[in-house]
Design a protein around this ligand. Structure first.
Ligand SMILES: Cc1cc2nc3c(=O)[nH]c(=O)nc-3n(C[C@H](O)[C@H](O)[C@H](O)COP(=O)(O)O)c2cc1C
Ligand code: SF4
Length: 365
C-alpha cells in the first residue's frame, strides 16, 4: 500500500514524501524580481516543516514580461547567486525545491498599457479583458528560447527540478485552449499543433539541461467554460506530454477561487470534489499515463488524501493556501495531529503588502 510519508521519485529527484507545496506567488520580491529575506524565511520554514517538494511562485522568464507585481525573476544570470543561497537553505532541511517558469500573457491587468503582451491570437482574456499581440513565429521562438535559458539558470541555481506553467489561462494554456487559440498555422488547430509550443520548449530544455534533470508541467484539467479546453482534449494532451518526456504532471484548474461553490457540478462527466477539486480528473489522467501525476486544489484532509493515494494511481498532492494558513501542516500531520487543514479556501490571501493568510494571520506573515 502506498503511503503519504514515503518517498516519491520524479526522474532523478527523490522527494521525501508525497506532499508538494504548489506554486505560490508571494508578491514579496522586489520590482526586478529579486527575492527578499521574507521569502527566504517562508521557503526555509516550509522545508523545516516536512514539505517534500517546494515549488516557487511563478518566475518571469523575460524582463519585459510580468503578469503580476513583485513576482520572482529568472530572466538573467544576476539571479543565480541568490537562488543558490535559497536552494542551499532548503536542502539543509531535506526538502526538494523546483522553480516554476511562466510567461503570463493576457491574464493580467498589471501595467498593460506599457508592455508588449503576447497571445496566441487576438481574443480578450475572459477575466481581465486584456487583448494581446498575436505571436509571429519569431515571437514564439523568442519566448521558447527564454524558457530554455531560464531553465538552465534554474539548474545552475541548484533547484532540483523545473516546472513549466501550462495552466490557469496563462500563455501556454491559451495555446492549448480552442477558445484562445484561433491560429491557422502549425501552432493552431489540431491538438498536435496547439501543443507544439510546449513541445518546442520541452525539447529545448531537455537538450540543454540533460536527460536526468526533472521537467514537470502544471496544467488545467479543463478551462471550465463554454468553448474552452475540455477534459476530453486534456487526456490526449497528457499522453503527448508523457510521449515528449515530461517527468510529471501537476493537475490543477483555473477556478480555485470559486471551486468550493462549484463542488458537485459535473464537467465532461466528472464532478468537482470539495476537499480535492480535481481529484476525479487526476484519477483518470493517472490511469492514462505512466509518469507521476500530482493534483492540487482544495486538498485538506489527511485521511481522504491517503485514501485517494491508495485507491488510485495519483502519486502526490499539492497545497497552496493551506500552507499559507499553516506552514507547519505537513509536520503537524506527520507528528500525529490529523486535524484537517484550517484554511477556509476563501481566497482572501492577496494584499498590497504581499500574499498571506489574512484570516488567521492578521497583518503578518
Ligand atoms: C496567493 C496565491 C498565489 C498563487 N500563485 C501561483 C503561482 O505562482 N503559480 C501557479 O501555478 N499557481 C499559483 N496559485 C494557485 C495555486 O498553486 C493552487 O493551484 C490553487 O491555489 C489551488 O490549490 P489550494 O486549494 O491548495 O490553494 C496561487 C494561488 C494563490 C492563492
Ligand atoms: S485567507 Fe482564506 S484561503 Fe487564504 S490562506 Fe487564509 S483561510 Fe486560506
Amino acid at each position: 500500500m502506498k503511503q503519504l510519508f514515503e518517498p516519491l521519485k520524479i526522474n532523478s529527484m527523490v522527494c521525501r514524501n508525497r506532499f508538494l507545496r504548489s506554486a505560490t506567488w508571494e508578491a514579496l520580491s522586489d520590482d526586478q524580481g529579486h527575492i527578499t529575506n521574507k521569502q527566504k524565511k517562508i521557503y526555509t520554514e516550509l522545508a523545516k516543516n516536512e514539505v517534500g517538494l517546494i515549488c516557487t511562485g511563478y518566475a518571469r522568464i523575460l524582463e519585459e514580461e510580468q503578469p503580476n507585481e513583485r513576482m520572482m525573476g529568472i530572466y538573467n544570470d544576476s539571479f543565480i547567486p541568490e537562488y543558490q543561497a535559497l536552494t542551499k537553505s532548503v536542502h539543509k532541511y531535506g526538502a526538494k525545491i523546483m522553480m516554476q517558469l511562466a510567461y503570463g500573457g493576457t491574464k493580467t491587468t498589471y501595467q498593460t498599457n506599457s508592455r508588449r503582451i503576447f497571445a496566441p491570437g487576438d481574443i480578450a482574456e475572459k477575466s481581465t479583458g486584456t487583448v494581446g499581440i498575436p505571436m509571429t513565429k519569431e515571437d514564439i521562438h523568442y519566448v521558447t528560447e527564454a524558457y530554455v535559458q531560464a531553465a538552465l539558470r534554474v539548474k545552475e541555481s541548484g533547484f532540483d527540478a523545473v516546472q513549466i506553467h501550462g495552466g490557469h489561462s496563462y500563455l501556454l494554456n491559451q495555446f492549448l485552449s480552442p477558445y484562445y487559440n484561433n491560429r491557422s498555422d502549425e501552432y493552431g488547430g489540431s491538438i498536435t499543433n496547439r501543443i507544439r509550443i510546449i513541445r518546442e520548449i520541452y525539447t529545448g530544455i531537455r537538450q540543454a539541461a540533460g536527460e536526468d534533470f526533472p521537467i514537470l508541467i502544471k496544467i488545467t484539467c479543463s478551462d471550465f467554460f463554454e468553448g474552452g479546453l475540455t477534459f476530453k482534449e486534456v487526456l490526449p494532451i497528457c499522453r503527448e506530454l508523457e510521449d515528449m518526456g515530461f517527468d510529471a504532471i501537476e493537475v490543477s484548474g483555473n477556478i480555485h477561487g470559486k471551486a468550493n461553490s462549484m463542488s458537485g457540478q459535473i464537467f465532461d462527466g466528472y464532478p468537482l470534489t470539495r476537499g480535492g477539486y480535481f481529484i476525479e480528473y487526476a484519477k483518470v489522467i493517472a490511469e492514462e499515463v505512466n509518469i507521476p501525476v500530482l493534483v492540487t486544489g482544495g486538498v485538506s484532509h489527511f485521511d481522504k488524501t491517503l485514501d485517494w493515494l491508495q485507491n488510485s494511481r495519483i502519486a502526490g498532492f499539492g497545497f497552496c493556501r493551506a500552507l499559507l494558513t499553516e506552514p507547519n501542516l505537513i509536520k503537524r500531520w506527520k507528528d500525529g495531529d490529523m486535524t484537517p487543514a484550517r484554511c477556509l479556501h476563501c481566497s482572501k490571501c492577496r494584499t498590497r503588502e504581499g500574499n498571506y493568510c489574512t484570516v488567521f494571520h492578521k497583518g503578518s506573515f
